[in-house]
Design a protein around this ligand. Sequence first.
Ligand code: ANZ
Ligand code: ZN
Length: 837
Amino acid sequence: MAEREGEVQAAVTDAVERENRDRYNVKRVEARWQQVWSAQDLYRTPDPEPGQDRARKYYCLEQFPYPSGHLHMGHVRVYTLGDVIARYRRMRGDHVLHPMGWDAFGLPAENAAIKSGVDPQHWTETNIEYMKRQMQGMGLSFDWQREVRTCNPDYYRFTQELFLLLYERGLAYRKAGPVNWCPSCETVLANEQVEEGRCWRCDSLVEKRDLTQWYFRITDYAQRLLDDLDRLHWPEEIKVQQRNWIGRSEGAVIRFPLPEPKAGYADITVFSTRPDTLYGATYVVLAPEHPLVEALIEGLPQAEAVRAFVAEERRHSEIERTAETTEKRGLFTGAYALHPLTGEPVPVWVANYVLVDYGTGAVMGVPAHDQRDYLFARKYGLPVVTVVEPETGEAPADAAWTGPGRLVRSGPFSGLTSEEGKTAITAELARRDRGGPRITYRMRDWLISRQRYWGAPIPVVHCDRCGVVPVPRDQLPVLLPENVVFTGTGRSPLAGAQDWVETTCPACGGPARRETDTMDTFVDSSWYYLRYASPEDTTRPFDPARVAYWMPVDEYVGGKEHAVLHLLYSRFFTKVLYDAGLVPVDEPFSSLLAQGMVIYQGKKMSKSKGNTLSPEEIIAHWGADATRVFMLFAAPPEKDFEWSDQGVEGAYRFLQRVYRLAVRLDQALPAAPDAGAEAEAARRRARTVRKVGEDIERRTFNTAISALMEWTNSLYQLWEGLGVGARREHLETVVQLLAPFAPHLAEELWHRLGHADSVHRQPWPGYDPALLVEQEVEIALQVNGRVRAKLRVAREAGPEQLEQLAVQDQRLAPYLNGRRIVKVVAIPGRLVNVVVA
Ligand code: ANZ
Ligand code: ZN
């Protein structure tokens, strides 16, 4: 009995083993290889040797995540894309840097602290550990030795050091003025972080507040940030967004003298892109917040009314005030300025449509040629004086003529074209010291101070005697104090940390107070890509030699939402460091792959819409490889793609099919290989190797995968005729081509095929180009039986395709020109004869 049971047991075990051998057990296999890879340190990137040739370096980088707690499908997509590129470049023999880290400062940690009392550091670290495990479960080939966490003192001390560098270079400064305030995040925001009047993070309506804040002088770099876009391999869409954001305008500043100086102002300076229309200026407008307003109205009868108007307008957001649909509102101040060329008095108004922080905060009103001015003048009965007439046709009767033309009623400038007029009038203004050419940018300086705890403290102290004093480098980091009270009341928790705030001045040794603002977390992420080059260095932000080797990033993969945030800030930082002689490149990311969104149930996936998918569950169910393959297969990277359960199942089945092919390696071998089948398989192999390589280079991973699917299908068809040698060769190639996409299955099969080393250390397979040429044949193109040209075409091209090719061939055109085609005879593989009358 006992013996019998043992036999049954053995039979069962056998069956299970056979089953396991024939079916790919995703979970077990994936987990096993992940362990092996990490034990072998397979993705460790050695530092470059001194003098190592840079030609083979490849820096592949994906935007590092905020450790919110869990990966979302968007993360899964970016990291998969980057991983394919990194793996492919390694197989191509490149020295690949593919690191990962954490953009670990930020509000959610602090909000968690306010809500449930957890320590932000602890909260962040727990999330990182969790998400890191999720990444490992995706089979991503990161060099984890280089991991960086921006919230660690060994990182943020260098964020602080870089702040000092900017400060010393005159690029960090403190200024009082109106700023964007998010009432819900309880902090100020940079202009880039306000989208349509709302906070980029939480969507609350942003308010204006007058505060003294720290800024980085990014506007000093406006022109370079604009010009250098031309050199970048970036999606045009993102370049356009940056260009618009920088917003360069060419024009002139024009000074309208005041009859008598007011509050130190001798004149009202306006910025105009149309100095040619100067003779049509019938009034001048100040922004409600313009500092001159108060001085001008003092003692005038309208003063109270103007003050009330200004107070009212300040309550409306910029967006609201300048929207095209918003009614133009204004008030005459009672004061006059003088026209700079004619000397005529022009009334000074305040109006909602003029912004204080663009140009000079003042404009000249030219109702005949600016639509806003036109509407304003009509409403308030101000004169409309035409000074530019279109060269052809008529100016509209009930709108401004905003196009070019010839100047009229413009004194000595009448008769000039508008372009000539711009130059001539600007020159005349300069000659009379009443203005001159000016280029203005819409972009403002980057406001970097935040009234929050969980960020890098700005390393300065305030001393009554010495003023603002930077903390000396050898006293960095300025550590965040522990045990602060998180009340969530709009005051930085740092301000309440009395022991921390009170310090001594590094300059005079007297009592001083620490700066209680921390830096915008976009400062942390403006240089992390440099830190990966030497993450262990405790003496400096990065090792310039290693940075010189690795930079620029060859391919940067990330979302489009950072077009004018992270991507602009990082370019600025790199340029500053370049100017300081610390990095040899002035652009950080030479190529950018901006991935589209993951759509689910017809909408962008988001928590608030309740249509999220858990990558974890999907990977647990289908495996990392199938998830990766489906994501790559469903759409080209820059396109949005719709998640579908059938789709991922399809990818899963494809991988199983590849696996079963390997199972059948030596099953049902033919008595003798079929030469025709082997030749066909060889040709298809060559074609697929070429196609997959080209597609990966072009980033059309979807077509690369479909080529692999097709080839697998044809191998199934040819299999019976292939000898074991051919089968092995083809399978090995399938496995190598599959390795960047489905790294676990590829590794499993590679070992199953008898290799001891990792497939991820193999070279990318080559192919014999002769096998591709053979698929083309040369055919003769004839006209009335005489050969006029030769053409190489695909061997399988049919008569219709050949006919078309012949008729459209430019070389036959002279013989066909003007003659009637009677018929076309196509003999595939040989010739096409066009018979003409
Ligand atoms: C006179 C004029 C006549 C203008 C004309 C236009 C057409 P961009 O291209 O955006 O730079 N402007 C200047 N500063 C402003 C401010 N702070 N708030 C609102 N508008 C302002 O536009 C520049 C033009 O916008 C300037 O040229 C000015 O109006 C206005 F036939 O000056 B223009
Ligand atoms: Zn907010």
